[in-house]
Structure formats: C-alpha cells, structure tokens
Design a protein around this ligand. Structure first.
Ligand code: ADP
Length: 458
C-alpha cells in the first residue's frame, strides 16, 4: 500500500541513489584516468572502459529491479507498528492516560481522558484540563526532580469526584545513535477516579456507626435497669416486674437487629450468585399470609392474596426462604405503617403491574427498563406487588427507603419493632435474583411495593 510515508521514503531513497551514482561515476572516472596515465593506455580506450563501468553502475542503480527504499520502509514500518501498538494499549485502558510534553501541553490522550474531562484534550495545556492546584504542583515537582509524583485532588461538579493523579517523567535509555538534542522530555500522566472507593468506604463506616449506635442504645438502657434492680429496686417486686419487661423488649430488639444484620451480610455474600431453584410465587404469598395473619389480627387488619394468572401458579428461579423474607418484610411494613385497620393486598401477575393511582409518585425501575435489562419482553416479567391503603410516603423519603437504617419516623419504626433494615434486605435479595423493585405512593391512598422477577426457564 502506497502511503504518504512510503512516498517520502522513496523520494529520499531516490536522492541518496542519485548522489551515490554521481560519486561512483566520479570515482570510477578518476580511477580510469589515473590507470590510463600510469599504464599509458590511449585516452579513447580509457574512456571506453569508463563508459562500460558507468553502464554497469547505471544498470545496477537504475535498471536492476532493486527498490532501494524497501529496507528503509520496512525498518520505519516496524517502528511505526510498535508505536501504534503502544497507542492501542493506551486507548484500551479504561482510565485517563496522557502523554505530556515538557511544557505541559497534551501530546496524546486516550478516549477515557476525553470522557473524563468532557473535551478533546490533545493540544491543550494541562492547566485548562485539570484546574486543581495540586495537579499543577505535581507536574512542576515531576519536571524539577525528574521523579514520579502522586497526588489526590477533587474535581468539583454537581457530584464531586475524588481522583488520584500519577505523573511519571519518561526517561529514554541513552543510546549512542540518539541525538539527545532532538529528544524532548515527556511525562506520562495517569488519573484514577477514587469516587466509588471513597463512597464505599464512607458507606461502610456509616454502616458500622449506625449499627453500633442501634445496639448501644438498648444495651445502655438495659445496664441502667440492671443497676436500678440491684440498687434501690432490690426489694420492690412491682418495679422489678416492670423493669424486667422493658429489659426483655430491649433484648428482643437487639436480637431482631442482630438477626437482620446477619441476613444482610449473608445475602450480600451470595449476591453475585443468582439462585437456581424453582419457587412458586403464589405459594410464597399464601405462606406469608398465613404466617402474618396473627399480626394482621393484632392490627384488626386483613391480608388478601390475588393471582392475576390464568393457571394460578407462577414459577420463578429463586431462593424460597429469601423470597418469603421479601414478601414478609413488605407485608409486615404494609401492616405496620398503614393507619387503622390495614387492608393489605398481595398481587401476583405477569407483564405490567396495575398502577396504584394515576398521580402516584414512583421510584425504582419500570417493568420496561427491567425487562430490557434482562433481555425479556415486558410481558414475560413476573411481579409480586404488596399494596396498602395507608397514608403513603412523602416524595423526599421515597428514593431513600432502601438505604440501611433509613426510617421516615425513627420513633414510630422502633415502637413497631422496626430495625430500619427491612427494605435494605428486600433490595439486596431482589438484586441477587437480578430482578427489580419499584415503589409507588399516593398521598392518603397508600403505597405499593412491586418486586419484579424473571420467569423460570425450565
Ligand atoms: P423498618 O424496620 O423501620 O420498618 P424498613 O427498611 O422496612 O425499616 O422501612 C424503612 C422505612 O420505610 C420505615 O421506617 C417506614 O418509615 C417506611 N415504610 C416502609 N414501608 C412502608 C409502607 N408500606 N407505608 C409507609 N411507610 C413505609
């Protein structure tokens, strides 16, 4: 293939060949002249010999089928391939990598850089791409010391991004045939986005702080009661009975909390392994209704199971105990947080679930989004929806409900035996089943929690 570079190489080779020929012609002419003089050869003969040599040289240089530029082209192309491979490696890296000239201008940058900074960086100065002073300092230090530099900086925006930049001066191995005057300094810059890591660290430490706080409160109150029982209430049977009752409910609360924490941790541990057993969602709903009917009774409420399916069964791939936990947590919440005489309905069906109310607020993925993600048609998706006719949930609370320990009203949740982990457990189980959760709420009309699952393929 004839490229611009090939033409350039051929042109240079042509010049070299011409100069070469002139030299050979000149030298052979001189040699013939000297020989003719020394050996007393007639000029005509010497010229003839020279002409023969010239014709031989011309045949060698111009007529013989020798492409003088080919070896040069090959050598240059080999180097070009190495260079292009390096560029391909750079482009394949998922995080920003930049080759910087000594003056701070970007010579090369991979597509991840353009994505990260939101503009085409090549040819621009680093100061116009990363405005953080820490980055400039790291570059200056790298130039001054010729040593690699690492520094953290924050990219401000609607959401701040915590990043780390590595600046490495690139020293070329000194080789004899390099003209060091022509080789400019280069620096390799690598940027790593640590935001997810930071967020996870923050979540982990918040979680530990929340869990410790939740356990500490009942423990501290129990210690207070023990002290009183051993002190001035030592002889008072009535006070003892009352305090023991409170201590029992505090201990039960701690047990519920520890049980929920353990469930959450075991679900998280298996979250990357979707379950493979077959479970009938209608049976799950019936079981939960039976298990929670005493609770419904205590609130003077009812739980109704409605199947919208033709054949009355809906098999999904799932873990039976986990699916029971999902439906149980949601039904228990629907009973707990609806106002008087709760009416809870568990609906099982396929495709689009019935909407709670036209004006309802919604959070989470829709049936279409989940089926597109799962590679299913929307009609194949299976849902189980738990509806209540309570007061509903406020707009600002809806997106946060599945966060660990998030409660709309902490005192109300505690009074009803809540731990603040119920919906977090539901979300993690649904994630493990590669399903989806949608929450709807209509003020004064109630809430609907819809869990979507994939139908069993077997
Ligand atoms: P909790 O243990 O406090 O019930 P959850 O994670 O199960 O924790 O629920 C979080 C919060 O969501 C509850 O504290 C409650 O404020 C709210 N909530 C959950 N379900 C409903 C519902 N059906 N109606 C109204 N509010 C609800």
């Amino acid at each position: 293939m004839e490229t611009g570079l090939d033409k350039e190489i051929a042109k240079v080779a042509e010049q070299v060949r011409r100069t070469d020929f002139m030299w050979a012609a000149g030298l052979s002419g001189g040699a013939c002249g000297i020989l003719a003089t020394l050996a007393n050869v007639p000029v005509l003969q010497a010229v003839l010999v020279w002409m023969v040599i010239l014709m031989g040289l011309a045949a060698r240089y111009y007529t013989a089928n020798v492409n003088w530029s080919v070896p040069v082209q090959r050598a240059v192309q080999n180097q070009l391939v190495v260079f292009q491979r390096l560029r391909a490696v750079m482009n394949a890296l998922p995080e920003p990598v930049i080759m910087l000239k000594g003056d701070g201008v970007v010579e090369m940058a991979n597509p991840a850089t353009a994505e990260f900074v939101g503009t085409e960086p090549e040819g621009k100065h680093m100061t116009s791409i990363f405005r953080a002073p820490a980055v400039m300092l790291a570059l200056e230090d790298a130039v001054k010391s010729s040593q690699p530099q690492v520094t953290d900086f924050v990219v401000s925006g609607s959401v701040d991004r915590h990043c780390r930049i590595y600046v490495t001066p690139l020293a070329l191995e000194a080789e004899d045939d390099f003209d060091s005057e022509l080789i400019e300094d280069r620096m390799l810059v690598f940027v790593s986005d640590l935001s997810t890591e930071r967020r996870l660290e923050q979540m982990r430490s918040d979680f530990i702080a929340n869990a410790s706080h939740e356990l500490r409160t009942p423990l501290a109150s129990m210690l207070g009661f023990i002290e009183t029982l051993r002190g001035h209430a030592r002889e008072d049977k009535e006070v003892q009975e009352k305090f023991l009752g409170i201590m029992q409910s505090q201990a039960e609360r701690m047990l519920r909390l520890v049980t929920d924490l353990m469930s959450l941790s075991s679900i998280e541990l298996n979250e990357h392994m979707p379950p493979e057993t077959r479970v009938d969602l209608v049976k799950v709903a019936e079981e939960v209704r039976a298990a929670l009917s005493p609770v419904a009774g205590s609130y003077e409420g009812t739980i109704e199971v409605q199947s919208l399916l033709n054949d009355g069964t809906q098999i999904v791939e799932g873990d039976r105990d986990e699916l029971i936990q999902v439906v149980q947590n949601l039904t228990d919440n629907a009973l707990k947080y609806s106002q008087e005489k709760p009416k809870v309905t568990i609906l099982i069906g396929r495709g689009e679930p019935p909407v709670l109310a036209e004006a309802a607020l919604r959070t989470g993925e829709t049936a279409q989004q989940i089926s597109a993600r799962a590679g299913l048609s929307a009609g194949d998706l299976v849902f189980i929806q738990i509806r209540d006719e309570g007061g509903g949930i406020r707009r600002q609370d809806l997106p946060r409900l599945t966060e660990r320990f998030y409660r709309v009203d902490v005192e109300e949740s505690k009074a009803r035996g809540g731990t603040g982990l119920g919906l977090a457990i539901v979300k993690h189980i649904i994630n493990r089943h590669k399903g989806g959760l949608q929450i709807e709420s209509a003020s004064g009309q109630g809430s609907a929690f819809t869990c979507f699952f994939r139908p069993s393929r077997k």
